[in-house]
Write a protein that binds this ligand. Structure first.
Ligand code: 1PR
Length: 528
């Protein structure tokens, strides 16, 4: 029996699914005494440190947690659940007392690399631990965080990880274990760690394990555009420059849960669902995406992102829902990140006009509660050609090697909303910068000109946006061969590449893309 401490933020469903898949039984903490009555306590956390500590205080969980931990009873903290063990964090301005079981504090990454640190990275085991039994030696785990622990006592360090510099990625002292990475999102090897925690009787025994990992991988993401077809069935579709109809019908590339499961088995590092329905009503009623997420997360143990319709709503009965309500429902159903498209454009326009942060936008609210890393901005830009930078003074203009129809040598990238149907007077670089400022943690950079063309990524667009921001960028649209993935990683600093059509049509398997990348000395995550 595993007792799970869910303080109400982030995706605990994947942890529950992983434990249940391993045959474990789960009891949720509902009151302080449940903590002291636990046989083994699992504390998964994502989001914002200050918010987490505040909730632990409000629920009167601090004292029983300290008592449980001081007695060296079995505990597994994930991400914030591990950070909480220390004395405080640079992310916390409230002054609320932390658990303080381990000496040391949590600090923000100081690096020229992208922050948050998102993706699959290796670990170096610093001492023997039964928790790593059976885990393959060069395995990678999924990280998503902007802050890392700095323990005072070196003897608690279980693993370190390299991201510009070496940081502590997990700790163990006696029966208390904590990982910065998410085992529940790290495929079979991550699940193995949880299995060891659940079933090992003696977590203190010093069984040998030899794990030495390489650095952060470039991620390969499979994207599923989902909508109802004319018969009302929910299907994965795929457009050509966002037009998803072929001879009048919505193109049907398969069923969402089945395709996501296939991509997980083929080695996808993440899966993104974009609900591309034009919502008439409240999205959580309008489309069974919740069901898709719940079913997918039962068997797919890599990060899931969901986008489409994340904004404030008033339903047809006049009831108001905030974007935060919509996002919360998605996180509860198994999503790790949400992606905001149209709403981000309107928010950025307002922010650039007034120069003020209202604190009430979807980007600010969701990042405050769930952390920056949970908020992805999906950009749908189109090229606009001009003869000189002076012709588009208010926009970020680049010199292009691909001349326009009138031989124009410059272009800028115009943002669109509503699935590319409406153009706005805002460019992709300005949008990305504004959203980063407001708290977004990652950019999903599509390109309508390239979408579905199989002609390769728009390297000029990706370079322009990536050079402007400090958060990770996912390159999207246009992948047509394995060589295109090599090009995007060799010629730009994008952290991830996303593709849809080429995977749906089985023109290439994700594993083959990775083998080709590895042959070209690009770091990738190998097996599940
Ligand atoms: O505006 O917050 O409701 O979000 C809507 C979301 O749906 C946005 O993320 C937007 O990109 C997406 N979307 C809207 N309409 C379409 C459409 O296709 N008609 N799909 C659409 C966007 C583009 C990519 C695609 C890549 C790779 N899909 O995600 O998967 O371009 O394709 P490829 O490898 O086949 O070239 P909101």
């Amino acid at each position: 029996m595993i007792t799970l401490l869910d303080y109400g933020a982030g995706n605990v469903r994947s942890v529950v699914n992983a434990i249940e898949k391993l045959g474990g039984k789960i009891k949720m903490v509902n009151k302080p005494s449940d903590i002291l009555n636990a046989e083994k306590l699992l504390f998964p956390g994502v989001g914002n440190y200050e918010n987490m500590i505040k909730i632990l205080h409000e629920k009167n969980y601090i004292n029983p947690l300290q008592e449980y931990l001081k007695a060296d009873r079995p505990f597994f903290g994930i991400c914030l659940g591990m950070q909480a063990l220390f004395e405080g964090s640079e992310e916390d301005f409230s002054g609320n007392e932390s658990l303080g079981v381990f000496k040391g504090r949590v600090k923000r990454f100081k690096t020229r690399l992208a922050v948050p640190h998102i993706g699959w990275n290796g670990v170096n085991l610093k001492k023997d631990s039964p928790v790593f039994n059976g885990v393959i030696p060069d395995t990678k785990f999924y990280f998503v965080h902007s802050y890392h622990i700095v323990p005072v006592d070196a003897s608690v360090v279980l693993t370190t990880t390299q991201y510009d510099y070496e940081f502590v990625s997990s700790v163990q002292k006696g029966n208390i274990i904590g990982t910065q990475f998410h085992p529940e999102k790290s495929g079979n090897n991550g699940i193995k760690l949880l299995e060891n925690f659940i079933y090992q009787k003696d977590l203190k025994s010093r069984q040998k394990a030899d794990i030495k990992g390489k650095g952060l991988s470039k991620r390969i993401i499979a994207c599923l555009d989902v909508r109802a077809n004319d018969n009302g069935d929910l299907v994965v579709t795929k457009g050509d420059q966002y037009d998803v109809r072929e001879k009048g019908d919505v193109r049907n590339m398969g069923k969402p849960v089945e395709l996501a499961t296939r991509y997980y088995k083929e080695g996808a590092d993440e899966i993104t669902f974009l609900n591309i329905t034009g919502f008439r009503d409240f999205p959580l009623k309008d489309m069974p995406m919740i069901d898709v997420l719940e079913k997918t997360s039962k068997n797919v143990f890599v990060p899931l992102t969901i986008g489409g319709g994340i904004r404030d709503y008033t339903d047809n009965k006049g009831k108001k829902y905030t974007a935060l309500d919509v996002a919360a429902q998605y996180f509860r159903s198994g999503a790790d990140k949400i992606s905001i498209g149209s709403d981000a454009v309107y928010i950025a326009e307002e922010y650039l006009k007034t120069g003020k942060k209202s604190g009430k936008t979807s980007i600010e609210q969701i990042s405050r509660v769930y952390g920056n890393q949970a908020v992805v901005i999906s950009i749908d830009p189109k090229r606009v050609y001009v003869n000189s930078p002076g012709d588009a003074k208010n926009h970020h203009v680049i010199k292009t090697s691909f001349l326009g129809p009138e031989n124009e040598a410059y272009c800028w990238y115009q943002c669109t909303v509503q699935g590319g149907r409406t153009k706005r007077d805002l460019d992709a670089v300005a949008l990305a910068l504004a959203c980063q400022d407001l708290g977004a943690g990652e950019i999903l950079l599509n390109c309508i000109d390239k979408d579905g063309t199989n002609s390769g990524f728009d390297l000029e667009l990706i370079t322009a946006v990536k050079n402007a921001v400090s958060i990770p960028v996912i390159a999207s649209s246009g992948a047509g061969s394995k060589e295109h993935f090599v090009q995007v990683f060799k010629n730009t600093n994008a952290e991830a590449a996303l593709a849809a059509g080429i995977f749906h049509r089985k023109e290439i398997l994700i594993q083959d893309v990775k083998i080709h990348l590895a042959q070209n000395n690009i770091e990738v995550r190998g097996s599940l």
